[in-house]
Design a protein around this ligand. Sequence first.
Ligand code: FAD
Length: 324
Amino acid sequence: MSSMSENKGIWVFSDTHDLTLEMLGKGRELANKLQTELAAILIGNNVQEKANELIKYGADKVCLIDNPSLERFQAEAYLSVLHNLAANYRPEILLIGSTRNGKPLAARLATRLDTGCVPDCTRLSVDESRKLIGERITYGGNAVAKVTFKSKPQIATVPSRAFEKPAPQDRSGQIVKLDVKIEPPKTELVERKPLETSNVKIEEAEFIICCGRGLENKEDKALLDDFAQTVGGQVGCTRPLVEDRKWFSEWIGLSGHKVKPKLYIACGISGVIQHVAGIRDSKVIVAINKDAEAPIFEIADYGVVGNLYEILPALKEAIKKQLQ
Ligand SMILES: Cc1cc2nc3c(=O)[nH]c(=O)nc-3n(C[C@H](O)[C@H](O)[C@H](O)COP(=O)(O)OP(=O)(O)OC[C@H]3O[C@@H](n4cnc5c(N)ncnc54)[C@H](O)[C@@H]3O)c2cc1C
């Protein structure tokens, strides 16, 4: 374990570009507070043109690791690059995007560096002794855990849209091309095919219409698709519609996608904590449920007590009229 005094600088890395930009905003704020340097780690093949953008979004420095073998995310290769960099240059704080790839990467990196890792931080701050404090939602969304570190680098993962993307600025920075030893992968990619059922990123949707067990038949999904199309949104669902009924491939909630749309409409969803944990950051929540006692109404900004099969078509027509 490295001593607390030697490490310097804040680094951000994500295998998704937008999340890197979001973390740069928070990273900049922390770097200013600690009066230290903010570096973005850019890994890939022919990714040099992204480096200037990272500087515009707040990085003082971009460490560029450009290599054909890094074209796509590959766990061992990316881990070896980050491990080599972190072991040599010893950052004080390392923020990693909490993506499907980033989360296990952060945990493995922390193990290699013999340091701590706090996953899914929705808030980050530093105290007077320069310690990073991460806040994460716990107990199914019922509590917030505040966690700090005993060792460095302090590694935290950050979910998408936890922090606002900063406004780009005309600023200058340093781009450093680094040659890092890349571990040959222990796994081989046999085939890559697009996910047939869902090719949209629901985390990025600004409007989501979500259905639960109140939806009676698989064919009734058309009602939601139609609504989403009219308003320009995306359709989501609760876990039982994936796990039990097999009507969808992904769900929203604690164990599924965490979403943050401007408008979220829940249709036939009871609103138990495991689902609500994934939607609580929505700006406006509208609930349609025939049971006036359904817990979803406790967190909804607007509630309609009624049958979704009557309310949805009527609401769609009303919106259509407004849009004309
Ligand atoms: C460890 C764990 C993790 C979990 N993670 C998640 C998760 O990430 N996401 C998730 O969603 N769930 C998750 N669950 C499941 C969760 O506990 C609930 O079972 C699930 O969210 C309930 O889904 P629902 O609201 O669709 O169904 P229900 O709870 O059955 O609610 C259906 C609602 O529809 C209403 N309704 C019925 N017909 C109509 C109609 N015609 N018009 C209007 N309203 C109608 C009813 O009044 C009712 O309130 C998890 C469970 C566990 C144990």
